[in-house]
Design a protein around this ligand. Structure first.
Ligand code: PLP
Length: 397
């Protein structure tokens, strides 16, 4: 039997809640299920304001609009990410400055950010790759010092955390005068000024194929976020009774998902812990079974820094070179296992290569050539993971 790379999981309640949404008589956005989902995120993670969107891309576009960029303003984005991270800011007329990844994992190298800052820099966009946190104390400290906004691309990072050593007096960087105080555990998406999650069917939970969430942590952006969400109108205030008529007051678009998508998402949220526990068990099995081979140097495995948690969004291997990766993917495919690679470096993509400033981003290029993602989804069984690991062992032999 073939093992696909991904399979969207159904908890069993999706159709039931979608049926309820239909018979509630409120089909468009911002109905009961939308409000229930938004409240869930606000209560569980302490996010200030949550707005469901039709995709993670849309949530990122809302973030970019809220940053109020002027032509020529610069945004620092890792090159090793999905297109939408960059596209959202490029659409607003910003200049995207691509940053390299770390040596130890594909996340944005926080140490390399400062060298990219110019007087035009406005935003830093850390992407929590595979749901593993970027070094957020460092990134927030730089952002504070240069007065920049931070937009977290938390598309893959639902239910994942960062262990912060931010100092108690509110300053970020620990220093000799300001030594590290006790750790605080912060949910990813709750640290930057704004954040975007995705509920695409390839993510840990889905809103029926496509969906996303905008998180506003900085209160200054809440009112405008609601307006942009409601096609540039102050409709949300009208519904709250705060104004007696609503009209066009700002930029915006149609970012609200329909209620049936929110109903689908609600069924998944009710089962979030169960979904996460299963995914973690699968991840741990991969890790345990493949560790001996990684210790012999055949490939390396995901590195979770001590400031990060693991939400088991993805299990990947890093092969020594492109040829070996291609050979492994082929061997897996010949044995009925679908493994995939991604991302192609955005700075050298067909669309952006001639706009890039020519800096070499070698870690990013290395991940683009050598990273392979193994099957990871709720309905995968431990025995499947064991079989996949056997096929990999066979390949090494
Ligand atoms: C999935 C993903 C997105 C886009 O989310 P959609 O819901 O597919 O629009 C953006 N950034 C990253 C890092 C992603 O993994």
């Amino acid at each position: 039997m073939n093992i696909p790379f991904n399979k969207p999981h159904l908890t069993g309640k999706e159709a039931h809640y979608m049926y309820q949404a239909v018979f509630n008589g409120h089909l468009s956005g911002n109905g009961e299920f939308t409000k229930k989902c938004q409240r869930f995120f606000e209560e569980r993670y302490g996010f200030k304001k949550c707005l469901l969107t039709t995709s993670g891309t849309d949530a990122l576009e809302m973030c970019a609009m809220l940053c109020d960029l002027k032509p020529g303003d610069e945004v620092i984005i890792p090159s090793y990410t999905f297109v939408s991270t960059a596209l959202a800011f490029l659409r607003e007329g910003a200049k995207v400055v691509f940053a390299d990844s770390m040596k130890r994992n594909p996340n944005l190298d926080a140490e390399a950010i400062e060298a990219l800052i110019t007087p035009r820099t406005k935003v830093i966009v850390p992407v929590h790759y595979a749901g593993v946190a970027c070094d957020m104390d460092k990134i927030m400290e730089i952002a504070n010092r240069y007065n920049l906004l931070v937009v977290e691309d938390a598309a893959q990072a639902i239910n994942s955390y960062y262990i912060s050593h931010r100092c108690c007096d509110g300053r970020f960087a620990p220093s000799e005068e300001n030594p590290r105080k006790e750790a605080t555990i912060l949910p990813l998406g709750g640290i930057g000024h704004l954040a975007a999650f995705s509920f695409h069917e390839t993510k840990n939970i889905t809103a029926g194929g496509e969906g996303g969430l905008l998180v506003v942590n900085d209160e200054r952006f809440i009112r405008r976020a609601e307006i942009i969400w409601e096609k540039g109108t102050n409709r949300a205030e009208f519904f709250r009774g705060a104004v007696n008529k609503y009209g066009w007051v700002d930029m915006g678009s149609s970012f609200l998902p329909a209620e049936i998508n929110a109903a689908f998402l609600w069924a998944q949220l009710e089962n979030l812990d169960e979904i996460q526990n299963k995914r973690k068990a699968l991840w741990e099995t991969y890790y345990k079974l493949l560790k001996p081979l990684s210790e012999k140097g055949y490939f390396s495995m995901p590195v979770i820094p001590d400031y990060a948690s693991n939400n088991a969004h993805m299990f990947y291997l890093i092969l020594p070179n492109l040829e070996k990766r291609s050979a492994l993917i082929k061997h897996l495919k010949d044995n009925g296992v679908l493994a995939v690679f991604h991302y192609l470096s955005l700075h050298s993509s067909a669309y952006y290569a001639d706009k890039h400033d020519g800096r070499v981003l070698s870690e990013c290029d290395r991940y683009a050539d050598t990273l392979v993602r193994l099957p990871m989804y709720y309905d995968l069984e431990i025995e499947d993971v064991e079989r996949i690991c056997e096929v990999i062992k066979q390949f090494i032999r």
